[in-house]
Design a protein around this ligand. Structure first.
Ligand SMILES: N[C@@H](CCC[C@H](N)C(=O)O)C(=O)O
Length: 285
């Protein structure tokens, strides 16, 4: 069966989007998704995202397979791409106007309800929900299940790292370093990802504080390796930065693919992420 797809990217974190609005299960299997993501033998992407029907209180459901075929709970750059993809489909179907002032969606994900809004300038602002900070929620064995994991020592590659754990629905392990460019990401990233202290593996972010409102980060993603950006990761980094006294509640996070604006609201405890999402090309698999 031929599958129509559209490729999108958010700061170079790239995804194959599939219109799955009329079926309740993803149109491709995790193994097929892995083949599609292959950069030599497939389309090439960090993941495959499906726009599925919503639930009673949401407009749509998002599911995603990583490029290694695993299924994460959430993807920040991916949900901005999904919002643009759905708006393109709805525009094509005549469901929304050609140039609406803004478009909002409520999306059901494995991490709960997430709400993206396409702004008039084309950027997408996403209400990413509340961070989860307890070890049992992340999950990690670095502290007791009902304790937070803030600046806890973790031994990787014969070195001791002070790490902070944050869940944005998916697990993140954050460490602040002097020089993010000097981190041998391809060598130590997999060792963090598969460390026994993270029973569901982990995304890992290395962060350099340039100023309290400007951070530079590199990421090793669970199931995808070194990517150019990670939206849930950037949110988790600001939370970890606030908890460790390293940054303000609003900060620009610079990733290899560009910048995201992140705000951890003191009023409602929710994370707000703003950044771009662009269509790249369409095709048939
Ligand atoms: N790139 C994403 C995160 C995708 C999921 C991640 N690899 C995981 O397994 O948790 C983002 O922008 O948040």
């Amino acid at each position: 069966m031929a599958i129509e797809f559209t490729k999108y990217q958010g700061l170079g974190n790239d995804f194959i989007l599939i219109d799955n609005r009329h079926q309740s299960e993803p149109l491709v299997t995790p193994d097929q998704a892995m083949q599609m993501c292959d950069r030599n033998f497939g389309i090439g992407a960090d993941g495959v995202i499906f726009a599925l029907p919503g639930t009673s209180d949401t407009d749509y459901t998002m599911r995603i397979f990583n490029s290694d075929s695993s299924e994460p709970q959430m993807c920040g750059n991916g949900i901005r791409c999904l919002a643009k993809f759905i708006a393109d489909l709805e525009r094509r179907d005549g469901k929304i106007k050609e140039h609406p002032s803004s478009v909002r969606y409520k999306i059901n994900t494995l991490a709960g309800l997430i709400a993206p809004e396409i702004l008039p300038d084309g950027q997408v602002k996403v209400d990413m929900g509340k961070p989860r900070l307890l070890a049992g929620e992340i999950p990690t064995t670095l502290a007791k299940a009902d304790e937070k994991v803030i600046n806890v020592s973790l031994s990787v590659a014969e070195q001791s790292w002070l790490v902070t754990g944050v869940s944005m629905g998916n697990p993140h392990c954050i460490t602040f370093v002097e020089d993010v460019a000097a981190i041998p990401l391809a060598e130590i990233g997999p060792q963090f990802e598969h460390h026994p202290a993270f029973p569901e593996r982990t995304n890992t972010e290395f962060v350099q504080v340039i100023q309290p409102d400007y951070l530079k980060m590199r990421v090793w993603e669970r199931g995808a390796g070194a990517t150019l950006a990670c939206g849930t990761g950037a949110c988790a980094v600001v939370v970890a930065g606030v908890l460790t006294g390293n940054c303000d509640r609003s900060a620009t996070v610079e990733l290899p693919g560009g910048c995201l604006m992140i705000e951890w609201s003191a009023d409602d405890d929710r994370l707000y992420m703003s950044g771009p999402a662009e269509r790249v090309f369409t095709g048939q698999w």
